[in-house]
Design a protein around this ligand. Structure first.
Ligand code: BDR
Ligand code: CA
Length: 331
């Protein structure tokens, strides 16, 4: 990457893989992490704030402003993912409580401020339910004038995870995701189709775990997190497991867009009650169908949907970023 670092704001629900994303964003020299906003998702929003502050401190980025956002989705109650992310929402690693506190404005106010004050258009990276972003877009629509792109982790072209067809972040607050799609700014959907593929090999996870540097060691511990009741990851001869980068892959794609293959496609969020609620319906047809010919379809926003990812490239990018910075810090 050449030139000035990309101004980035992350909206997250930290979250094991959100924590991996924050570590990467802090350490990549091509990214300038301006702020982090928190929303209910994997766990309640107060715990998300604590987890986020702790990760930033461990990563040596204690001064990045962090704000608390929405406590629940626009319509439905909050429904956490503790079975995936542990009781504390971040793998129950026993990390110290943060010394810092969040800023005294809420997430929407911090997002507005950081986006409008930036000398260059900001890349917004939501790795969580889209509640804060929907509230921002409806309260301060002028922010879109200074957004370069929104790269969101959410949705799926093929299978879901929260339901057979819906991905967790979109399923948690489908109305908010539908509002996001109306933003009329360039947008990338980093969905489950690529999210689940970027996995760090067991030997690398072990090396990170054994690092003397707190940030790299934290990355290794996060990548090792598993709920033994629900997850059976392949392990190597030493019994170590590989670990998915999850949300961190979306941030890798901001630092290195060439590693992601996307196609600009119409996307709609299914808001109807029932088994398909929260599904991102991605239209991959090469030509209009009968529904369009009979005037029965509304035009949908176009989104750059991630269809393929260079797994090796992003794993290498992640490791060199987190470890190189660790070495630089130690010398
Ligand atoms: C998404 O849901 C959360 O559990 C993860 O942090 C990720 O953002 C994956 O569906
Ligand atoms: Ca997340």
């Amino acid at each position: 990457m050449t030139g000035q670092p990309v101004p980035v704001v992350i909206d997250c629900d930290t979250g094991v893989d959100d924590a991996l994303a924050l570590l990467f964003a802090v350490r990549h020299p091509g990214l300038d992490l301006r702020a982090v906003t928190c929303v209910a998702g994997n766990t309640d929003v107060d715990q998300v704030v604590r987890n986020t502050l702790t990760v930033l401190e461990q990563a040596g980025a204690g001064d990045v402003p962090v704000a608390r956002g929405a406590r629940r989705p626009l319509i439905e109650p909050a429904r956490g993912a503790h079975h995936v992310h542990g009781r504390d929402g971040m793998g129950d690693l026993g990390l110290p409580a943060p010394r810092r506190r969040p800023v005294d404005v809420d997430a929407v106010a911090l997002l507005r401020r950081e986006i409008l004050v930036s000398d260059r258009p900001v890349t917004l990276v939501p790795t969580a339910p889209l509640t804060n972003i929907a509230l921002l877009l409806r309260t301060h629509p002028e922010v879109t004038g200074n957004i370069e792109r929104i790269v969101f982790m959410g949705g799926a072209v093929a299978a879901g995870n929260a339901t057979a067809v819906a991905e967790f972040n979109v399923w948690h607050d489908p109305e908010a995701a539908a509002i996001l799609l109306t933003a009329e700014v360039p947008m990338t959907m980093y969905g489950l189709d690529v999210f689940e593929r970027v996995v760090v090999p067991a030997a690398d996870v072990r090396r990170l775990r054994e690092s003397a540097e707190p940030g790299a060691r934290l990355a290794g511990r996060l990548l090792s997190h598993r709920d033994p009741a629900t997850y059976q990851a392949p392990s190597d001869a030493l019994g170590d497991v590989c670990g998915g980068l999850g949300d961190a892959g979306a941030v890798c794609s901001v630092a290195d867009p060439a590693g992601l293959a996307t196609q600009r496609l119409p996307v709609e969020v299914n808001l109807a009650p029932g088994p398909a609620r929260g599904q991102t319906v991605v239209d991959r047809r090469p030509r209009p169908g009968e529904a369009e010919l009979h005037g029965e379809m509304r035009e949908q926003p176009l989104v750059d949907v991630a269809l393929d990812v260079d797994v090796e490239r992003y794993v290498k990018l992640y490791l060199t970023t987190v470890e190189n910075e660790a070495r630089a810090g130690a010398s």
